[in-house]
Write a protein that binds this ligand. Structure first.
Ligand code: HEM
Ligand SMILES: [Mn+2]
Length: 473
């Protein structure tokens, strides 16, 4: 039976093509793989035969399937048996051309690539000349190696480097390093819980969300397989062999500038005492501990933090501003432009991990001057079925678009222009409105939050099926 892409999949009872799909799919797509220690190796080949042998050997000797990953997660839950490292492989469009593969993935954004002038214009990206040196030349492939410990990750990384032929060059390597807060939840460098809200593709994960967290009756995170999987046209059997488009963006975070902006916004609004924490929450849409601002005036939500919310009871943004990062990037039905089913299709599977080390505790009460101003950030990674309708749409039509969400006003009331996403918006920033008291009426206009996230490199990849990789040599 054909893989049903229109709904979620219960992997334990999968049969036929769906079962084959899981045997031949790379891990970390349908469900996040632990990657608190990550190496991302960016490669350029010069010898077609050696490149093909290298990729096929990786698939045969170093890579596990999505199904094996899911089994390992169960074994870990049952008796703490540790799993094996994640090894993922992606190819750029120029990588496909170099390898001489016919029927390369057809997504037009993928074919153009992240470095094309048209893509740069769409995303308002900075020029490539400002990127880290390793990203200025054309890339062919990425190899991701991830695990829970540095030793396991590094050992596997070294095995893979030993397989690399001399005809291939590592143009650059990024090292991801997961961080956690006092409650053990993953955070990014500004100090906020990250990775909580995700589309869920597996029936088992949706059941767990329903039965063991705050539920799914208000916001249902379930998403159809077709939102992340695409048939691997170049594989032996595209009906059962699938892959996914992978976005990689190295986003440097100027933590000092961001923390200063939080403090300046609190001053502008006259926030005092613990209520000053609400300034940052109005930028992100959640407090540092993950508490959604639309549901609570202060932090302190349970762990795992809630995700079962929408903005339905916050139509006028008197709790969470329209421009808050999570409201811009997932309006949960309140975007005002599309119906919910269409609006939901823009969501992608985020798989990022922070990078860079620092001495200060991101959640400590310290002056901005004690914060790093560079060298730390987020290795933003996400899986998509359509780059144009997911990653690019989110960045361009939502985050960079000052008029999103579309807010209906009745004349003579002036039009509402929410402004750019204060975290990731690229483009000219204009002032935004913020409510002074949580749930109150009075709003105040504040200077734009300065841009504290800068793109330093990245590319679009396709992560093909294992069957495709094995067949390369
Ligand atoms: C350094 C850059 C970034 C930082 C610091 C950041 C931070 C965060 C935080 C703290 C959350 C809340 C945690 C959660 O709900 O899971 C979040 C959620 C999210 N972010 Fe980002 N993010 C960054 C880049 C991006 C980019 C580049 C995109 C897409 C273009 C993006 C899209 C999203 C989405 C879709 C959500 C989930 C919103 C929801 O479902 O409610 N983020 N981000
Ligand atoms: Mn704080």
């Amino acid at each position: 039976m054909a893989v049903d892409l229109t709904t979620t999949l219960s992997w334990k009872s999968a049969t036929g093509d769906a079962s084959t799909m899981l045997d031949e799919l790379q891990p970390n797509i349908l469900k996040p793989h632990v990657r608190d220690h990550l190496s991302a190796l960016f490669l350029r080949f010069t010898n077609v035969v050696e490149a093909r042998v290298f990729l096929a050997t990786l698939a045969k000797q170093q890579m596990k399937s999505a199904k094996q990953h899911l089994r390992e997660v169960d074994a870990f839950k049952a008796d703490a048996t540790t799993g094996t490292p994640y090894v993922g492989v992606g190819l750029t469009a120029s990588g496909y051309r170099f390898l001489g593969v016919r029927k390369a993935p057809a997504d037009p954004s993928f074919q153009r690539g992240m470095r094309a002038p048209e893509t740069r214009r769409t995303l308002t990206d900075p020029p490539r000349s400002t990127f880290d040196p390793g990203y200025r030349d054309e890339l062919h492939a990425v190899v991701l190696v991830g695990d829970a410990t540095d030793s396991a990750m590094t050992a596997r990384r070294n095995e893979i480097l030993a397989l690399l032929p001399d005809s291939a060059t590592v143009l650059t390597e990024e090292i991801g390093l997961g961080r956690i807060n006092a409650r053990g939840e993953s955070i990014e460098h500004f100090g906020y819980v990250d990775g909580r809200s995700q589309p869920l593709f597996l029936g088992e994960d949706l059941d767990a969300e329903k039965n063991t967290t705050d539920g799914i009756n208000v916001w249902n995170p379930g998403a159809p397989l077709g939102q992340v999987l695409v048939p691997d046209a170049a594989a032996p059997n595209p009906a059962a062999h699938f892959g996914s488009y992978f976005v990689f963006r190295k986003l440097e975070q100027n933590v000092r500038r961001f923390k200063q902006a939080e403090s300046d916004l609190a001053d502008t609004l006259g926030l005092r005492g613990t209520d000053r924490e609400r300034a940052g929450a109005m930028i992100i849409g959640r407090f540092e501990d993950g508490t959604p601002l639309t549901t609570q005036r202060e932090d302190g939500a349970e762990s795992p933090v809630s995700n079962n919310f929408t903005y339905d009871s916050d139509e006028n943004a008197t709790k969470c501003p329209y421009q808050a990062h999570i409201r811009k990037t997932n309006p949960r039905g309140s975007g005002g432009v599309e119906e919910l089913p269409q609006e939901r299709q823009h969501l992608m599977a985020r798989r990022g991990v922070p990078y860079g080390e620092r001495a200060d505790d991101p959640n400590a009460d310290l002056p901005p001057s004690a914060r790093p101003s560079g060298e730390v950030g987020l290795l933003f990674m996400a899986f998509n079925a359509s780059l144009g309708n997911q990653f690019e749409f989110t960045q361009a039509n939502w985050a960079n678009n000052p008029a999103f969400p579309r807010v209906r006003t009745v004349p003579p009331a002036p039009p509402v222009v929410p402004g750019l996403d204060p975290v990731i918006g690229q483009g000219t920033r204009t002032p935004s409105d913020y409510v002074v008291d949580w749930g109150g009426k009075a709003k105040q206009t504040a200077d734009p939050v300065p841009q504290a996230v800068t793109l330093k490199g990245g590319d679009y990849f396709f992560m093909p099926s294992l069957a495709f990789l094995r067949a390369l040599a």
